[in-house]
Design a protein around this ligand. Structure first.
Ligand SMILES: [Zn+2]
Length: 55
């Protein structure tokens, strides 16, 4: 599971495919709120705000 900005979304999808050999679901964090979980605020590959959850 990765939280990334728009710039790093493609990289994260590739990494997911490499690791799990399956296509991830991509969730736009702006549209989604979790009842019991706060996603990280920051992209895990740079200092920008995390925008997508790749799971
Ligand atoms: Zn990023």
């Amino acid at each position: 599971m990765y939280v990334v900005c728009r710039e790093h979304l493609e990289l994260a999808i590739e990494q997911f495919l490499d690791e799990y050999e399956d296509a991830p679901d991509v969730v736009d964090l702006e549209d989604t709120h979790f009842a019991s979980w706060d996603p990280p605020k920051q992209c895990e590959r740079c200092a920008k705000a995390g925008q997508y959850l790749v799971v």
